[in-house]
Design a protein around this ligand. Structure first.
Ligand code: MN
Length: 227
């Protein structure tokens, strides 16, 4: 095929223990999935989760330097478990959803909170708050081994060594299986899709020069520096 200009490179995420890399299709995020974070954002903890997306090329595989984005004075971190799908489908039952999972990673859902807040107030889309360039640093993927899926374990984030976020995967309102199943009611999922599954409490403002380190027990760690 002839293109009128060279197409953008396929976005890929490294896989722990493999030379092959994971080709990314779409990136979805869960809006609310830990009750303590919903409460700190002033939301209703009984509401079901909702979804938004980030552009695949907003991912920053492996972390490293991330440019502080324009058009914000209130840039926030959100540390999240990321699910990577090796299979897809529509209307996937919760009992079959984990069969679709290729592996897991830790990701940061970097958010221009002021733009998101303005969008909420005006009932406008969240894209400019959530989908900025380099807004999705992500670690290498850990493949599912022996059918073991992380359902509990610490999830944490430090800024310049100070612990800002700490939770446990067991505090997720909607499990990974329920998140996949519910999202597949709205759109047909496919291999290569990633889902950021929501953040625990403790989100806060970050500025140029800050170093963010996060971890999830059994999944990995991720470090970035805002430049
Ligand atoms: Mn988030």
């Amino acid at each position: 095929m002839n293109y009128v200009f060279p197409p953008a490179a396929q976005v890929v995420v490294p896989v722990v223990g493999l030379a092959a890399v994971f080709p990314v299709r779409r990136v979805y995020c869960v809006g609310q999935n830990y009750s303590a974070h919903i409460a700190e954002m002033g939301g209703d903890t009984r509401e079901p989760p909702f979804f938004f997306s980030k552009p695949a090329d907003a991912l920053v595989p492996g972390g490293g330097d991330v440019a502080y984005p324009p058009m914000t004075d209130n840039f926030h971190h959100e540390v999240e478990l990321v699910v990577a799908l090796g299979k897809g489908g529509a209307n996937i039952p919760p009992g079959q959803a984990l069969d679709c999972v290729f592996g897991y990673a830790i990701g940061f859902d970097l958010t221009r909170r002021d733009l998101q807040a303005l969008a909420k107030e005006k009932k406008q889309p969240w894209e400019m708050g959530k989908g900025g360039d380099q807004g999705g640093p992500i670690s290498a993927l850990v493949p599912v081994a022996g059918g073991a899926h992380p359902a509990k374990g610490a999830i944490w984030l430090k800024v310049n060594g100070d612990l800002r976020q700490r939770g446990d995967l067991a505090q997720m309102t909607w499990s990974v299986a329920e998140v996949i199943s519910r999202l597949s009611n709205y759109i047909c999922l496919a291999p290569g899709d990633l889902i950021f599954t929501g953040t625990p409490a403790g989100v806060s403002k970050i500025v140029r020069g800050d170093v963010l380190e996060g971890g999830i027990d059994g999944v990995g760690e991720l470090k970035i520096r805002l430049v």
